[in-house]
Design a protein. Structure first.
Length: 379
């Protein structure tokens, strides 16, 4: 016996839009679901935007959900596109209705539209992690990328803001292969390896420099936090620009619940500058959870470990009696992320729990801030 239209709808209800992570039924994307002669399921789905980059994935999910029903021999799937009113309804459902612009302004965005930054609210379950460094070239962006992917592999929902406006690199490191999707001015960030990412690199032509003054940087960051559909991730990682300038000050204002991790390398020059980054965090009342010493060593083919740039920079960078001297660098290890962040629902404590002994080796070229090696060197 062929399924009824109601049964087809219920079979399609678990199918989610791969960008919005909501049911295509709840989003109003399902336009038609009925049976034709010969066991053919006639399905019509309205895409949120024309040229949807994930159309093939939606088609696969719809086919997989329907062909399992008794009485269905094949699926005839038709695509159409939502109109402006329908996209506005989707935006309001997911992101809320924008407020009114203040007097004297033209077309407004972000705060000017009346939307608060969700990560600044006391009830937010998202932990903003600000990955900073005093100087460039210490591997801050690669640490951010590895940490984000490791958290996603542990089952957490993760977003990354590439706040290094002048030297953006996160999209390339993540390997994102498509641009953000815009649904009625709500920007849906691309996702790769389970990590959503937004960067100014998506909005400027290849090879063009970003030449902006402070107010424009401030506005861009504001829109990254308000106009983007983040969907309340467990963690929001922010790849900070080097130094202690305008962007760092803006983010301290926008993310008062942020937790700072300082990346350094073993060299004395990097250590001294990294202390300034930690000192600034203290001045703007953001807790510094620890220091990550990157590029600590590499292991040769013979198994010998070579410390090309010295050792112990992170330990010398951290006050002896400070909280979490050792715990933060474990966060970069995929096998330790779960233990280090096991309670994402509660506010962060003053000390991140030290995880168990680690067996992973993929990120073994860092050490904890107390000088104790991790990953394969823990034993």
């Amino acid at each position: 016996m062929a399924p009824t239209p109601e049964q087809l709808v219920e079979a399609l209800r678990p199918v989610e839009d791969p960008e919005l992570h909501r049911s295509i039924v709840d989003l109003g994307m399902l336009r038609r679901a009925e049976m034709r002669d010969g066991g053919v399921a006639d399905i019509c789905v309205a895409l949120t935007v024309a040229g949807c980059p994930l159309r093939n994935e939606i088609q696969r999910r719809v086919n997989d959900a329907v062909v399992t029903l008794d009485g269905v021999t094949s699926v005839d799937l038709e695509f159409t596109v939502m109109n402006d009113e329908e996209r506005a309804a989707v935006r309001e459902m997911l992101h809320g209705a924008p407020g009114s612009a203040s007097a004297g302004q033209g077309h407004a965005h972000g705060h000017a539209e009346g939307r608060a930054i969700p990560f600044a609210e006391s009830g937010s379950r998202t932990r903003p992690l600000l990955i900073s460094s005093g100087k460039g070239g210490v591997g801050k962006s690669s640490v951010t990328t590895n940490l984000a992917v490791a958290l996603a592999q542990q089952g957490h929902s993760v977003g990354v803001v590439d706040a290094d406006i002048y030297g953006y690199s996160i999209p390339r490191m993540l390997g994102t292969d498509r641009q953000p999707t815009v649904i009625d001015e709500m920007i849906v960030p691309p996702e790769q390896w389970g990590v959503r990412c937004i960067s100014i690199g998506y909005f400027v032509p290849e090879g063009e420099a970003v030449v902006w003054r402070g107010p424009m940087l401030h506005k861009a960051l504001e829109q990254f936090l308000t106009d983007i559909f983040w969907d309340e991730p467990d963690f929001l990682l922010v790849d900070m620009p080097p130094g202690t300038g305008d962007i760092a000050l803006s983010l301290a204002q926008y993310l008062p619940r942020g937790e700072v991790f300082v990346v350094t390398t073993p060299q004395p020059a990097a250590q001294k500058v990294a202390r300034l980054s930690a000192a600034m965090a203290g001045k703007v009342n953001l807790p510094v959870r620890g220091v990550i010493e990157n590029m600590s060593w590499f292991t040769g083919d013979d198994g010998t470990r070579y410390e090309l740039f010295g050792s112990g920079g992170g330990a010398r960078n951290w006050p002896p009696n400070s909280m979490c001297r050792c715990s933060v660098s474990y966060l970069s290890c995929p096998s330790c992320v779960s233990a280090a962040t096991r309670d994402v629902q509660s506010p962060p404590s003053n000390r991140i729990p030290r995880p168990p002994r680690c067996s992973a080796t993929s990120l073994s070229a860092s050490r904890s801030t107390c000088g104790r090696r991790r990953c394969s060197a823990h034993s």
